[in-house]
Design a protein around this ligand. Structure first.
Ligand SMILES: *[C@@H]1O[C@H](CO)[C@@H](O)[C@H](O)[C@H]1NC(C)=O
Length: 251
């Protein structure tokens, strides 16, 4: 048990350290700071939490933050539904806006539509298995009605998308709004609160993580774990052992 725990701690440490070297300002470490105990968080003025407000309130109000993400070589697939088309189109526009902001090229964006949210997981699986994208964003909008339909579709869609992500090692971003009222969906798909923007950035960040971790992609690092390829460090620039062979996941 103790061995297992320390192995986990070590893995956690490695992850944090490699992630930090892979991205300019990894969201993971920012989140870690935000999740730090109140005392720690309140001294971290960089992240705007030193104004004396309770840490939990700040976190709830601000949502997720992203570092600068270079998506130049990231290929992203967007699958959206024709149900609730107006809302879904606005969300998809938000996704594309943030992809552009991350310098994802238009030729690296693949777009397709399916009828409803229930169809998203299989479509995501086909796209993931095609190995033509580094991340998939599935966009849809479910609004609760009078029956149990909403609950069943929402739960199976979310579970389905997570399964595809894990099974295919391709990040699948959950871009499905699950709202009790149409008004909530409108709020979350317009202006500064367009959730599609966060989903696009999540796709780029996770696409970069996949490329770095698996060595698969247009311009992947190919190192075991989450950093640069050891090949890049042969010159000793990064303190790696000169002449050491790059370690790759797999065989
Ligand atoms: C996107 O490209 C522009 C122009 O080459 C560059 O100035 C900018 O820093 C890039 N943004 C990111 C997030 O890499």
């Amino acid at each position: 048990m103790r061995v297992f725990e320390s192995a986990l701690t070590l893995a956690g440490g490695l992850f944090a350290c490699r992630t930090a070297s892979a991205f300019v300002a990894p969201a993971a470490s920012i989140r870690a700071l935000r999740n730090a105990p109140a005392g720690g968080a309140s001294t971290t003025s960089t992240y705007g939490s030193s104004r004396g407000a309770p840490a939990t309130r700040m976190m709830a109000a601000e949502g997720v933050t992203f570092g600068e993400l270079d998506g130049t070589d990231v290929r992203v697939g967007i699958i959206s539904t024709r149900w609730n088309e107006e809302i879904v189109n606005r969300l998809t526009d938000g996704v594309k806006e943030s992809l552009k902001e991350c310098n994802v090229t238009e030729s690296n964006i693949f777009e397709t539509k399916v009828p409803g949210a229930f169809e998203l997981p299989l479509a995501a699986r086909f796209l993931s298995l095609s190995q033509t994208v580094d991340a998939v964003v599935c966009v849809g909008c479910l609004i609760k009605g009078d029956t149990m339909h909403f609950e069943y579709i929402a739960e199976s869609t979310c579970k389905g998308l997570m399964d595809v992500s894990i099974q295919t090692s391709t990040p699948v971003v959950l871009g499905v709004l699950t709202c009790t009222e149409e008004e909530q969906a409108i709020k979350r798909s317009t202006g500064d609160n367009n959730h599609g923007v966060d989903w696009g950035k999540t796709a780029v960040e996770m696409g970069l993580l996949r490329m770095s971790a698996t060595g698969v992609g247009k311009k992947a690092g190919g190192a075991l774990g989450f950093g640069k390829s050891l090949d890049d460090k042969k010159d000793g620039k990064d303190g790696a052992i000169p002449g050491s062979k790059p370690k790759k996941i797999g065989f």
